[in-house]
Design a protein around this ligand. Structure first.
Ligand code: 3H9
Length: 696
């Protein structure tokens, strides 16, 4: 069996080199290889110093996350780091690419650290629902001080080499091959008579106000517990001996390992990568993509154009009038100015993007040479068909024709062209240069290489792309409509929108559904209710109290009044007293006696509605796998990442209990709470949504 750690000697220096693609994660074999390499180097009288380095993209990206949740295998990482640190021979870490989590912990176990100028280091374990578990919380504060260590560990951010040098995390920056710079540094240290320098022997970090820091981090985490737990671990580095601190870190690490949040966050980690890995696209080459056209320069079109420009694509945007051309150009320039301010682009890049890479015109002929066009005009089938008619006439053969519709039938749009196989839905979320989600909507006739091109574009733009089938609302908006309805029903039955918003933000949502509705504009839901009215089932409960507010011209934040009242210059809103009156009037009309809801019941109903519709969406093939639903909700709808997504939440809650609740709710409203057949089937078979994910 080949070992992922090779041993070589270079004069008096032994090199332990890790080659475990793709990112040198610390699998059992790597840990064993390092441990054996240390033994061998220490036993060799000719070896005076040891260099640990990695091949490929990274020094070490951390513990092997795929081993989590399985029985731990020796050698354990904390002991390995301690074993490296205890070596009587000088040990140098030579770092390139990323050194993350356990990777940085291995480096902190070494006596000296040298890194390439482009290297990045960090302890991102909190994003996996964990804390560093191999001495990171004990050694880092001894190098940086408590405050800096708390900041680095609770944010999990990547620290670039120059800052890492300033913070004392690394000792030297050198250009060149990592093995070479490691050997050169070790030789230099030996020539100066340097010996082992264990971080654990350094003085403990200073005391800070631990309780205040803990409270602040807990609040910022919006329900996520790992960052606040990390504060307690760093506290131990200040208050306890090194060994006792290590024990405390281990206890806290193991506690977090058993939490649902850890399961949810690791589900998110793997599936945000798996989501665009579609079996149907294996071996399918995307079409060439260098330039794109965008039809419509409103908020959405300008956002799409901005995202494309930032991805270094040439963009031609079409508007209807010269005035609209200027307005679109201003929007895009404003967006790019934001990117400039945040240091995402330089002034020279800004100038090039706004002048050479961007064309804004009124004439469709300017699109004759683009590789892909995204239409982002008004949500009206006739308008869309007119646009696609024009695109069909001017675009070159093979150009991908995409619609950014949120709910219209992409098959119908495709059928209105002479090239339906080139037509696809690319559903961006506003603001499109910020929001991570892209629904790639595959119509009946869409060619596989057009689907691949949609995913390729998503990758270029840094999006999380999810494959969706055609239906009203695709994956996200279709599920949203259902859980929003569940919330509306609870309002009619007695819960206030404010209690519901609070219960759901406490659960971890970025915003509650009523605050979201105010932000999006109440006119959107109003128009949808009117559109859907003719097809309503007689048993369907459709609360209409909010329509009364719309009839008075109040559409949420943009008009200053909705579920909340918004005052200029103030953040957020205060409850609108009119809502309680409107709800009470509708309750009287319908003969409803309002009742109390607990926050737990609110969350449960909301989640059950989401999961039930999610199951339908999977069953109908609109989403290929439950993980597609999870990633859609996570990246487009503010779903708390630490639950992993609604389907993962349901797996953790137990599908049998979710089904039992849905069946109980169905006794009050059998039409709304019809259990999804897939959910019933999984419960009957004792299987989970994750089992379906694994089946592919
Ligand atoms: C830890 O260290 C705990 C310790 O404190 C204590 C232990 C006792 N393990 O993201 P990419 C895979 S916790 C296994 O597409 P990039 C990834 O799934 C760990 N697999 O590339 C993907 O697989 P696939 C702390 C891993 O260049 C492939 O590598 N460390 C791991 O955009 C490529 O990844 C972290 O949290 C891993 N640790 O980004 C770092 N890392 O091709 C997590 C990656 O099959 N990793 N893979 O889809 C990252 O942040 C990014 O992956 C990284 C590369 C920046 C490294």
């Amino acid at each position: 069996m080949t070992t992922p750690v090779t041993y070589s000697t270079h004069g008096a220096i032994a090199v332990l080199r890790i080659d475990n693609p793709p990112v040198n994660a610390l699998s059992q074999a790597v840990r064993q290889g390092l441990s054996d390499g240390m033994d061998r180097a220490e036993a060799d009288a000719d070896v005076a110093a040891i260099v640990i380095c990695g091949g490929g993209r990274a020094f070490i990206a951390g513990a092997d996350i795929s081993e989590f949740g399985k029985p731990p295998m020796q050698p354990h990482l904390p002991e390995l780091c301690t074993r490296i640190e205890a070596s009587p021979k000088l040990v140098v870490a030579a770092m390139h690419g990323v050194s993350l989590g356990g990777g940085l912990e291995v480096a902190l176990g070494c006596h000296y650290r040298v890194a390439q100028p482009s290297a990045r280091v960090g302890l991102p374990e909190v994003h996996l629902g964990l804390i560093p578990g191999a001495g990171g919380t004990q050694r880092l504060p001894r190098l940086t001080g408590a405050e800096k260590a708390v900041e680095a560990i609770t944010t999990g951010r990547h620290i670039k080499a120059p800052e890492a040098l300033e913070l004392g995390i690394i000792d030297r920056i050198e250009d060149g091959d990592s093995q070479e710079i490691g050997i050169a540094y070790a030789q230099d240290l030996l020539s100066k008579g340097a010996g082992p320098r264990p971080v654990s022997a350094m003085p403990p970090a200073e005391a800070i106000d631990w309780d205040a820091t803990y409270d602040a981090v807990l609040k910022k985490g919006r329900g996520q517990i790992s960052p606040a737990t990390a504060v307690r671990a760093v506290q131990a580095a200040s208050e306890l001996s090194f060994d006792d601190g290590m024990t405390r870190e281990r206890d806290l690490f193991m506690e977090l390992m058993g939490t649902d949040q850890r399961k949810g966050l690791i589900h998110a980690f793997f599936n945000e990568r798996a989501v665009s890995n579609l079996p149907e696209l294996k071996g399918v080459e995307p079409r060439a993509l260098q330039s794109i056209g965008v039809i419509g320069g409103g908020t959405m079109g300008a956002g799409i154009a901005t995202a494309a420009l930032l991805a270094r694509l040439n963009v031609t945007l079409i508007e209807m009038t010269e005035e609209a051309v200027e307005a679109a150009r201003d929007r895009i320039t404003g967006n790019l100015q934001g990117a400039l301010k945040r240091g995402k682009i330089t002034q020279a890049q800004f100038d090039a993007l706004t002048t050479q890479a961007l064309t804004v015109a009124t004439n469709y002929d300017t699109l004759s040479d683009v590789d892909l066009v995204v239409e982002a005009v008004f949500e009206d089938m006739d308008v869309k068909k007119q646009v696609f008619g024009k695109l069909d006439a001017v675009c070159k053969p093979g150009c991908v024709l995409a619609t950014n519709t949120s709910y219209l039938d992409v098959n119908e749009i495709a059928a209105s062209t002479k090239r339906p196989d080139d037509v696809i839905g690319l559903h961006f979320f506003s603001p499109a240069h910020v929001m991570k989600l892209l629904e790639v909507v595959v119509a009946d006739a869409t060619a596989p290489d057009v689907v691949a091109t949609g995913f390729a574009l998503g990758k270029m733009l840094g999006k999380i792309s999810v494959r969706a089938g055609v239906c009203d609302g695709f994956i996200g908006n279709r599920i949203l409509a259902v859980y929003r309805t569940a919330a509306d029903h609870m309002v009619l039955d007695g819960a206030s929108p404010y209690q519901i918003d609070k219960a759901l933000t406490d659960f971890g949502f970025a915003m509650g559904p009523f605050a979201v509705a105010d932000l999006a504009g109440l006119d959107i839901g109003w128009a949808t209710r009117k559109r859907k009215a003719p097809d309503r089932h007689p048993e369907e409960r459709v609360p209409t109290y909010i329509d009364r507010l719309c009839e008075q011209g109040h559409f949420g934040q943009k008009t200053g009044e909705g579920y909340y009242i918004y005052e200029a210059g103030k953040r957020g809103g205060t409850p609108n007293p009119k809502i309680a009156e409107l709800v009470a009037a509708e309750q009287r009309d319908l003969g409803i006696t309002p009742r109390d809801f607990t926050d737990a019941e609110i969350v449960r109903r909301y989640m059950c509605a989401m999961v039930n519709e999610g199951a339908r969406v999977v069953e109908e093939g609109i989403a290929k796998r439950p993980l597609d639903v999870d990633m859609t909700l996570l990246f487009g709808y503010g779903f708390p990442r630490y639950w992993g997504g609604p389907m993962k939440w349901a797996d953790i809650a137990g599908l049998d209990s979710v089904l039992a609740d849905i069946e109980r709710f169905a006794k009050e409203d059998a039409w709304f709470w019809q259990p999804a057949p897939l959910l019933k089937q999984l419960v009957a078979e004792g299987r989970s949504f994750d089992d379906l994910n694994r089946a592919g």
